[in-house]
Design a protein around this ligand. Sequence first.
Ligand code: 13P
Length: 264
Amino acid sequence: MRFIKMFPVFLFVCMKLVLFNLKAYLDVEESVKLAAAIGKAKVDEEIVIAPSQLSLQAVSKKLRGKKVSLCAQDFSYSHSYGAHTGDVLLDDIKKIGCRYAMIGHSEVRHREAPRIGDGDELVSKKIVMCLEAGIVPILCFGETAKEKDSGKTYDVIRRQLESAFSGIDGEAEAEAVLAYEPVWAISSAAGSKGCDIGYVRRIEALARKTVKKSIGFRFVYGGSVDAGNISDYLSDGMIDGVLIGRAGASLSSMHSIFERLKKA
Ligand code: 13P
């Protein structure tokens, strides 16, 4: 098994990554408007947008020729076109022009009943699917408040990371983004204030120790990132970027984020 690296190494080193996960905050029309605004922004960071699945195609058209990458928020575990009612196929995601796909977001892992979330095994299989398709996986991982409070953070993260890449043999070279998103720090969690940088750095160090050496990864943080704190995360030498949810889902707060990036 050998996967191809798609980015020159210097991009890993220099360019910070700013990812916008629009979740299901916006309808198609609103997503396209927001994408148009993002497409006009002139910043040094690599910008990635993950609109709702139904908006991907329209947003992709809007961003044609712009220096903004497209990302799918998730995809189905179906390997080919066929009898899979309601599925979103990775093949389509690729044809639409996505360079990235998110896997294992906490809102997918911990879906509330009666829907079933993606477990570690499925996350691992989806990573292999992405790499085989030439799409860069953005692996989301992180502990819940309960796991943190019971002192299990490191164990949970080690398990998530080891399991995620278990389908890739030691020799295969692959590129990924690791998105550390502690569930308790996401803006939709009650009383969330985000996560301090020292804490994020400790998880980054754990990830470096845990993930196979053949996987080249960028480490980003997500959880209540906004215009007020984005520069703190991006100016940290150990953090390669940020993954933004709610603060990216309105034109005005998105505008403030870009203003902050221009000043950095
Ligand atoms: P918030 O920025 O709203 O905390 O969301 C983070 C997130 O889940 C991004 O994927």
